[in-house]
Design a binder for this molecule. Structure first.
Ligand SMILES: Nc1ncnc2c1ncn2[C@@H]1O[C@H](COP(=O)(O)OP(=O)(O)OP(=O)(O)O)[C@@H](O)[C@H]1O
Ligand SMILES: Nc1ccn([C@H]2C[C@H](O)[C@@H](COP(=O)(O)O)O2)c(=O)n1
Ligand SMILES: [Mg+2]
Length: 235
């Protein structure tokens, strides 16, 4: 169990020397190579390592998180899964959460952060992969305020909208939001509320953009390059 009182200061340089700028779905820079700039100080504070995982609906966040867990042993917390679990448990917020998800909107931050908080504070893990969070500036601010922590790094799975729509419509997991109407709304919400957060982390030098087109293994090779550079995470 843990509690962090203060935020970490930025610790990863975003000025790697062999980076090429690719035009991708949302025009973020892709980190293509980490050959010379290995961060020397990965962790500055006493709290756990926190990696936020962002990307539009169906961009492959959950799929890649499963591979990260398997290869690097981080504890995976999917905000969407925590909310779906809350619906299934018939909690007092269940109906509100269900209706919000059906509408493709964002659940109030206090609800989501308190679910994440419960998981993190009852875990002995020292490294968390927080998938699908923060979805908005409000989410981000609430996490910082309530948890007193910031992510160490942020992975962004950058995927063209058409590909995301195809993946969601073929997912076949019985999710109430896997239909064309909701996915269109989720894409609008993603662009309006989540892209600004992604930009925020890019400005803070914490964002690692992954080109989310290709096979699952090809995409994971880019993730591996990020984690290879962050030696401390794997120890
Ligand atoms: N690289 C890929 N190529 C083709 N299909 C993929 C790829 N990665 C994931 N998928 C499939 O696309 C669907 C969506 O993937 P996933 O659930 O990982 O996305 P997500 O980003 O977590 O979406 P959401 O935000 O809706 O939870 C799944 O059916 C998954 O098997
Ligand atoms: N921070 C979050 C994460 C998720 N939700 C809601 C709204 C999403 O459409 C839905 C599914 O999430 P996913 O499994 O796609 O990550 O859950 C939210 O309101 N806030
Ligand atoms: Mg997911």
């Amino acid at each position: 169990m843990w509690r962090r009182a203060a935020s970490l200061s930025p610790f990863i340089s975003s000025s790697g020397s062999l980076i090429r700028n690719h035009q991708t779905a949302y025009n973020f820079k892709i980190w293509e190579s980490f050959t010379t700039e290995i961060p020397t100080q990965v962790k500055g504070g006493k709290g756990p390592f926190i990696c936020f995982v962002l990307g539009g609906p169906g961009s492959g966040k959950g799929t890649q998180c499963a591979k990260i867990v398997k290869n690097y042993g981080l504890t995976h917390l999917s905000a969407g899964e925590l909310l779906r679990r809350e619906i299934a448990s018939n909690s007092e917020y269940g109906t509100t959460i269900l209706n919000t998800i059906k509408e493709g909107k964002i659940v109030p931050s206090e609800v989501t952060v308190s679910l994440i908080q419960k998981e993190m504070e009852s875990s002995d893990s020292k490294k968390f992969l927080i998938d699908g969070f923060p979805r908005s500036e409000e989410n981000r601010a609430a996490f910082e305020r309530i948890m007193g922590a910031e992510p160490d790094i942020v992975l962004f799975f950058d995927c063209p909208e058409e590909e995301m729509v195809n993946r969601v419509l073929n997912r076949n997991e019985g999710r109430v939001d896997d239909n064309i109407d909701t996915v269109r709304k989720r894409l609008q919400v993603f662009k309006a509320l989540n892209l600004p957060v992604i930009n925020y982390y890019a400005r803070r030098g914490k964002l690692y953009t992954i080109n989310a087109v290709g096979t699952v293994d090809e995409i994971f090779e880019q993730v591996r390059a990020v984690f290879a550079a962050l030696k401390l995470v794997t120890e």
